[in-house]
Ligand binder design. Structure first.
Ligand code: AHR
Length: 628
């Protein structure tokens, strides 16, 4: 198709519209000539930052339930009635859960007494069915009452009795389900009460208390349904896990150890994560894989490759860890009669997991990883390539100085960046000049503003627009960019360690907040082309950015107005007549805050037999036109 004067064409076809402001930017979408686009382009990166594994997307709502991490103490527990409670390491629940909670009841007690767990700054109490579990040791035959109660109001939302027969010689496990009514706020606790008359003057032990609301796909030990559903609404194609810094650990010994995150939760010791909080690992390797399967995502598993934050192993010291990585892969993908495949079957999964994408470490261009990475990477790559020729292998950096001089093939390189909004927009053409024969992944990206004195903030319209402009740049290059993920995904308000994030929540009803960045990700991910199309125009990029693509059904035009002025865009998509226009618009600094959502996407039908669509964009707006 030859370049032509689009202004004349618009006038001729639609009868010289009276443009209210500046003349429109005119775009004509060609229907051939572009590059293919990766079908996996948009996905998610997840790690436990911001208390978002425990206390976030994982369904279990009670905190410090296994006394894990560096200094658990009685964090989140409180006595109910005339009792003493303490952490008792002489009565471990299991080899992994090395303490329990001792409940000592005073002489002469006659009432129901016990203890509360106050969750992650409260327990979300909804009009739902809950499942609760606990382990107990001590002679007791009779009723135990479980309650969900307002911590200061004392309002009881659920009150449920179960009969137990517990003995003093060992811990036994009890599980029950009950209904609750909804609490108006998040200030709630879970309570376990025993008949004080039966235990007066004695003590009993309790451990690994658990409380689950409905879980995604009703999985046992599953994800919180409400949180998982908004993640699913992003229609992500892949999940990069378990980190991020979380895979690395601060030292070698507290790296993410796959084999300590599998099997019954009572056998998982948990660890102090590099985000300086205890991690139960109830969200473990198999749970990540179920998450992928239930959302139809490709797992993108990161292997530990010798680099922790403050300690790096290389040379022969790496050998046992390479072996360990191979065991992990056998656990996931080996036949049921292989050593580790058998373990997977024991843990409830007969069929090998589907696994194609495997990353070798995280960010080996930072925290001292660069120097030894060429050697570490090569050793991992060679053995993985030999034993698993079908895996797609991904290096954790694309800096040449951190990689072997000659790159093995096939290989994908992963690069991460967090930038101020202007800088991210400045990277619009960053990928344009990359060699076309080297596939890459943007495993983490996002706009940050770095200006808030407390370092905590929520993404606002300008940031979302900068991400949209940058992602148009990514889409233009999605022949080589195979995957891209905004990060981090989630934050639990009150536990923020890294912000902004796409989604936030706390224990209060209605706190699940979808940021402006979330909506941009959703608009881009749910409207994907398989072929990128050239766009003809006389206008330069900036402050308006655009890109076009098509799939089997539609043509898609994505627009980001990264500027203070309204824009009018005349978009010619020949041989189309109608479709829809998605928009996200709002004042530059407006954010969706918890309990104060200001900006929601809008959708309108568009209809034009001429195939020319006039799109008006407010300042700081993102739009996606889908027509056929
Ligand atoms: O997403 C937050 C952190 O940023 C990740 O853990 C790490 O990979 C990156 O530096």
């Amino acid at each position: 198709m030859k370049a032509f004067n689009l202004l004349c064409m618009v006038a001729a076809m639609s009868g010289a519209p009276a443009w209210s402001h500046r003349p429109p930017v005119e775009l004509t979408v060609w229907d051939r000539g572009g590059n293919e686009s990766s079908s996996l382009l948009y996905g998610i990166m997840f790690e436990v930052t911001n208390q978002t594994g425990d206390g976030g997307i994982h369904g279990q709502l009670l905190r410090n339930n296994g006394f894990q991490g560096d200094e658990p103490g009685l964090l989140a527990y409180a006595p109910i009635g005339d009792v003493d409670i303490d952490q008792d390491s002489d009565n471990p629940v299991s080899d992994a859960i090395t303490s329990s909670l001792r409940l000592s009841v005073l002489e002469g007690e006659t009432a129901f007494v016990g203890f509360a767990n106050q969750g992650y700054n409260g327990v979300p109490v909804m009009n739902e069915t809950y499942t609760s579990e606990f382990w107990m040791k001590g002679d007791y035959d009779g009723n135990i009452t479980l309650q969900l109660v307002g911590s200061t109001s004392g309002e009881v939302y659920a009150n449920h009795n179960l009969t137990v027969h517990s003995t003093a010689d060992k811990f036994t496990q009890w599980e029950t389900t009950f209904n609750s009514t909804a609490s108006p706020d998040g200030e709630n606790e879970w309570r376990l009460l025993v008949d004080g008359y039966k235990v007066a003057g004695r003590s009993m032990n309790f451990g690994l208390v658990q409380l689950f609301p409905p879980t995604f796909h009703s999985r046992k030990n599953g994800l919180r349904d409400d949180v998982a559903k908004v993640v699913e609404d992003l229609r992500p194609s892949f999940l990069r896990f378990p980190g991020g810094n979380n895979i690395e650990g601060l030292e070698v010994n507290n790296r993410w150890k796959w084999n300590e995150t599998i099997g019954p939760v009572v056998d998982r010791p948990g660890r102090q994560s590099p985000w300086h909080v205890p991690n139960t690992d109830a969200l473990g390797l198999d749970e990540y894989m179920y998450w992928c399967e239930d959302m139809g995502m490709e797992p993108f598993l990161i292997l530990w490759n010798g680099k922790s934050y403050d300690e790096i192993l290389s040379g022969p010291d790496l050998d046992p860890y390479i072996e360990d990585a191979l065991n992990e892969l056998e656990y996931l993908t080996g036949p049921p009669d292989s050593i580790y495949g058998k373990l997977r079957v024991q843990n409830g999964r007969e069929e090998p997991w589907k696994l194609t994408y495997v990353g070798i470490g995280n960010e080996d261009d930072y925290t001292g990883g660069c120097e030894t990475n060429p050697e570490r990477f090569t050793r991992f790559y060679n053995i993985l390539r030999e034993k698993y020729p079908d895996l797609v292998l991904i290096s954790s950096t694309m800096k040449p100085e951190c990689l072997p001089e000659e790159l093995p093939k096939p290989l994908i390189l992963d690069q991460h960046y967090y930038r101020k909004p202007d800088e991210l927009v400045g990277m619009f053409d960053y990928w344009d000049n990359q060699p076309r024969d080297q596939p890459v992944i943007v495993g983490e990206f996002g706009a940050r503003n770095f200006t808030d004195p407390d370092g905590v903030f929520w993404t606002f319209m300008q940031m979302a627009c900068s991400e949209a402009a940058h992602m148009i740049g990514i889409e233009r290059n999605s022949d080589i960019i195979k995957m891209a993920a905004y990060a981090p995904l989630l934050q639990h308000y009150g536990f923020t360690q890294w912000s902004p994030t796409m989604i936030g929540l706390d224990s209060s009803p209605g706190s699940l907040t979808l940021s402006t960045s979330y909506y941009v990700q959703q608009m881009f991910s749910t409207n994907r082309g398989s072929t990128i199309l050239p766009v003809n125009t006389t206008s330069p990029f900036g402050p308006l950015y655009w890109g076009a693509s098509k799939n089997d059904e539609s043509y898609i035009v994505k627009l980001a107005n990264y500027g203070d002025e309204e824009q009018t865009i005349a978009i010619n998509v020949p041989e189309t007549t109608s479709g829809r226009l998605h928009k996200l618009e709002g004042p530059k600094e407006t954010a969706n805050l918890p309990h104060d959502v200001q900006i929601l996407p809008q959708k309108q039908e568009v209809d034009n037999p001429d195939g020319i669509y006039e799109v008006k964009m407010a300042a700081w707006g993102v739009a996606v036109l889908v027509v056929s």
